[in-house]
Ligand binder design. Structure first.
Ligand code: ZN
Length: 122
């Protein structure tokens, strides 16, 4: 017969015996565990939003210069992070990317057709 394995609280690491349906010592540990998880998720979400907003401001800066196109090299120099997008969709045969309220297309060498999202894009 297989030996029952000792289990440990997911929050504090103390032994909680061998019962398989138990994950925590008590409700305090369970609540603290879920609170910590929630804070961690929130922090990750905030960090992601900060990166999106950073990219968004770079794209907005290009628009404010009266341009809708910029080379990848140039936008990289401004700190643009290519992997950071809030969405993308197929528009005709081109992939259109979204960075919060700004949309753009991209090729290997440039980012182009940069524009602000309008009502019609929803
Ligand atoms: Zn515990």
């Amino acid at each position: 017969m297989e030996k029952e394995e000792e289990r440990f609280c997911l929050y504090c690491g103390k032994s909680i015996g061998t019962r398989k349906n138990r994950l925590f010592c008590d409700s305090d540990c369970r609540n603290d565990y879920h609170n910590r998880l929630r804070r961690k998720k929130l922090r990750i979400k905030n960090e992601m939003y900060d990166k999106l907003n950073y990219n968004r401001n770079i794209l907005s800066g290009v628009l404010m210069e009266g341009r809708t196109c910029i080379s990848i090299d140039e936008i990289r120099k401004r700190g643009f992070m290519e992997g950071v997008v809030s969405g993308y969709r197929q528009n005709k045969n081109k992939q259109e990317y979204a960075c919060l309220d700004i949309l753009y297309h991209r090729s290997k060498t440039r980012i182009f057709k940069i524009r602000k999202k309008t009502e019609g894009d929803q």
